[in-house]
Ligand binder design. Sequence first.
Ligand code: N01
Length: 578
Amino acid sequence: MTVSNAPRKAAPRTIDAVVVGAGFGGLYMLHNLRKHGFSAQVFEAGTDVGGTWYWNRYPGARVDIESMQYSYSFSDELDQEWKWTEKYAPQPEIQRYARHVAERFDLLRDIQFNTRVTAAHYDEQAKRWTVVTDQGDTVIAKFCIMAVGCLSAANKPPFEGIDDFNGPIYHTGEWPHEEIDFTGKRVAEIGTGSSGIQSIPIIAKQAEQLYVFQRTPNYTVPAWNSPVDPKWEAEVKADYPAMRAKARARPTGFYFEFNTKPALSVDESERRKTYEEFWSRGGLPFLGAFGDLLFNKEANDTIAEFAREKIREIVKDPETAELLSPKDVFGCKRLCVDTGYFETYNRPNVKLVDISKAGIERITPNGVVANGEEYEVDIIVCATGFAAMTGSYDKIDIRGRDGLKLTKAWEAGPRTYLGLSTVGFPNFFMVTGPGSPSVLAQMIQSIEQHADWMIDCMAHMRDVGLEEIEPTLEAQDAWVDHVNEVAAISLRSTCSSWYVGANIPGRPRVFMPYIGGFPIYVQKCNEVQTNGYEGFTFDTTPPTNAEPTVRETERWRVPLDVDVISPAMLASGQVPVV
Ligand code: N01
């Protein structure tokens, strides 16, 4: 087992559960474990709680789902007492919220910061996990719960000459805690995904000169961010559970007004009117303009062209506007949400460098070389994204039965049952793992639903006297087939995005999140539980009268009109997905 050189602390402790990560997933999991009388230890690499929102503190970082929805729903008091200041909260406010939750629910005492889990090995005889950290801790636990996030492992392309650069290089996903002053600096920013699109307008305002190196242009919709309207806040708070219920009934796990009509069922002028109206609402809900935008290429062409027209309207230089105009499917990659992104290219101190043909050639001590030209800069910002969904798992030496390495088991892409668990790794749970809605739904809803399912499962095992749970190969294969089948229906599976691992050379191409929609997924999890954990095996046969423990999952048992997702439903736009 890999251990650091740091001296070992005390002898191994034995507890019920180790949780890896103190982001929103780890915090809520810990709260649940405590509530149900399980002993737990959370290990967190950062110096504070917040996970993604701790690390991504680059200028302009903010959420792209309304904050009144992008928040925990498990505590009515928390919902009532917390006050969001902006429609889309900026990173510092979300970080404060995470800290508030940790303090309010007394979670900090079971979180060890500055500690990275390096290994987790399963002992089949003892039916226990041994978890080791870079600080020399060894903990023995019945359950190993990964709350490592979906977008946590920074993608740092090994540009030739990168170590020779004379100035600082920052990655948006590992942004320093001190403020970076770009005043009077020449800056190169590489990458035009959500992180680039949020940070470029802010950096451009400070920097003397900003060069944006763009490999692929991206679609982005204005956020039209604003202070939270007190009247609307009061309305939501008067019946927060109603808002949460509406959100949970949506494929995305958050609520917005949408239109189920197919885009081509209306004439050109009505279509344009609809797009204008949804554009004026801004953000991700723009994709709700018509029901079939992600299933019908012809329909999608209409929204894509509308978005390109907007770019041409905003960007004054036609050549730059053309370079900024994506040609692929609208919303195929995660749609970006911006504040003044395209307008930034009208500034005299901003230059777009198209690297679509040959990429970044190399980094020199003085700057960045692309298309045979050297761009001299003082600072480089890499907004180059993440090894999504599985990157954080890859960094830990995880071994299940017979010493099977998780990286080996997932060599051809992650395989899970419901994104919660994987064959060969008993008592190993993943919060928003690959194969669950995760990033395609409101993440905090996804987290809560997973953590509630897990805690009920763990309580059930304790109540009934079971030591070990693991999915069957058959159930896992069937789930993976379903995840793939549903993904194939969506246009989202057609482009080279991080959803399919295509942003990183050499990764297998697999559509990793579950695209069938949040409510249908939740229903499947509920059924599995109701049917005595169908698709799982335990170490011993549970007594026949052992009813599954349904406590935390009770709140997810909302009735649905549909019981299975079908390709026809998706194709008809009955299940619009953003
Ligand atoms: O990362 P990305 P991100 N040479 O992978 C380019 C969430 N998020 O951090 O498209 C040159 O989307 C790459 O180019 P290409 C959100 O879910 C949310 O921006 O691969 N360029 C691309 O332009 C989002 O989708 C918010 O050709 C290289 C960029 O770097 C996800 O996180 C804010 C390169 C990476 O874009 C990831 O977003 C921020 C190379 N070798 C993030 N490698 C909110 O709004 C990569 N690129 C809540």
